[in-house]
Design a binder for this molecule. Sequence first.
Ligand code: SAH
Length: 215
Amino acid sequence: MIPDWASERRRMVERQLRARGIHDQRVLQAMLSIPREEFVPPEHRVASYQDEPLPIGHGQTISQPYMTALMAQCLELQGTERVLEIGSGSGYHAAVLGALAAEVVTIEIVPALAELARENLKRTGCDRNVLVVCGDGSAGYAEKAPYSGISVAAGAPDVPSALLEQLAEGGRLVIPVGEVGDQELRVLTRRGGKIESRVVALCRFVPLRGFQGWR
Ligand code: SAH
């Protein structure tokens, strides 16, 4: 029997997101509209709307829905922005960002996952304003900088300086920072040449690799 994905999605939005304080209507709407089951590997598909991360191969995971929504909400997007994501993985988070911003560039370091993200975004029709680049996102993507929002889906030892340099005035960077397996989710905002920083949650992401990640 094929699950009723639409009602599972509605239940996820009510119980996992709204009940836990996700209040940005555009974020809730985006999470209601993107078919998460299309971004989850077939062997885990029945668990698409469970309150947990799921394996996507290559030792990587698609984040828990709440974490995707929380990170998206932290960027406070209005729909006109260019956004950079580091760690495309399945492409799901990029699809959500694509529904919230004008343009998304997402970088993935594992070639097979960059390809997976491309395929998933195309099949779901979410590729209209999302560009998948294969490379080391710890250095950002200078070609399209600056960005009004930068979202990092892997835990970094420190905030990569390249990402701060590519952040537009008034822009926000959301990033897990800390030890492997134990990080705090930080939001950094560029305001008048200064960087403001706050911690929004504790979290556990896979490690950010690359030049300004865990080498
Ligand atoms: N946003 C994804 C979750 C990705 S998990 C989703 O919605 O499915 C984190 C991803 O970051 C993994 O795919 C991993 O390969 C990638 N990654 C780790 N270090 C990276 C780096 N330096 N540059 C780009 N991607 C990186």
